[in-house]
Design a protein around this ligand. Structure first.
Ligand code: TMP
Length: 254
């Protein structure tokens, strides 16, 4: 079981310092503790690699609250994560400083999205076991799919030590898929697919980083199949905020 170094758990009195990275939806700040960053989930929303942008008021708080609940659940079930505590605002959290691995790892329970486009297959086909695939995280290259052989050929660029680390991320993601399925069922929600990212601590350990939220998952109501995630924004639905609000309400009222 993963255990965090004692000194990084002292969060009292920790101060937010400079903005060190502003992503499409999240801002990352240095803190007065060199081992810890503070991540603020913002209300910014984008799709199509930044082609479509807007602001959804309240999304940052919803996503941070949902992602924090999920990261705690995953940590309780043996997945090492970067989460160390709540941040200085309702939309922020403190995390372990990690070097990000430039891969997005997609877990799928049912076919949807780019998988269906790529292979011209219908949506909703259930996989016998969680299906895991990788994309190379690069805005320049357009986040292309990348297979294991290519990752193995580019280990240095992918910030990986060896091929076993590809297996490890695949193993974690398949396990996360099962845990997320269980987590969301408690709230009457079915998870279709999701994206996770991993980072490396100074001691070499690979841990789950970034966020798991309605921005990074496909989530539908278990009874009605209504979409409750960022697809509402991607597909120009009239109330893109509905998914974030609905999921937050289900979590808070349980
Ligand atoms: P996809 O069907 O577009 O490949 O997306 C699969 C899942 O991964 C879906 O839940 C959305 C999530 N995702 C992200 O969070 N960020 C991304 O950049 C991509 C491509 C997918």
């Amino acid at each position: 079981m993963y255990s965090k170094p004692k000194e990084v758990l002292k969060l009292e009195g920790i101060k937010r310092l400079d903005l060190i990275h502003s992503g499409k939806a999240n801002d990352v700040f240095a803190t007065s503790n060199a081992f810890i960053y503070e991540i603020e989930s913002t209300d910014r929303v984008s799709a199509g690699n930044g082609a479509k942008k807007d602001v959804i008021p309240g999304k940052g708080v919803s996503n941070n609250t949902i992602s924090t609940a999920i990261f705690k659940y995953l940590a309780d079930h043996g997945i090492p994560t970067h989460f160390v505590g709540d941040g200085t605002t309702p939309a922020s959290k403190f995390v372990l400083a990690a070097d990000m691995i430039p891969l997005e790892v997609i877990g799928r329970l049912k076919t949807a999205g780019s998988f269906c486009k790529r292979y011209e297959c219908p949506e909703g086909i259930e996989f016998d076991e969680p299906f895991v695939e990788f994309t190379y995280k690069s805005d320049n290259a357009g986040d292309p799919p990348i297979d294991r052989k290519t990752i193995a050929a580019l280990l240095d660029q992918m910030q990986l030590e060896n091929e076993r680390e590809i297996d490890l991320m695949e193993f974690y993601t398949a396990h996360i898929a099962e845990l997320l399925q269980e987590f969301w069922l408690n709230f009457g929600v079915e998870i279709i697919d999701f994206k996770v990212e991993f980072g490396r601590l100074e001691n070499g350990e690979i841990i789950l980083c970034d966020e798991i939220s309605p921005d990074t998952c496909r989530l539908v109501d278990l009874e009605t199949g209504e979409k409750l995630d960022k697809d509402r924004f991607r597909e120009n639905m009239k109330d893109p905020e509905k998914g974030y609000n609905e999921l937050l309400a289900r979590l808070c009222n349980s």
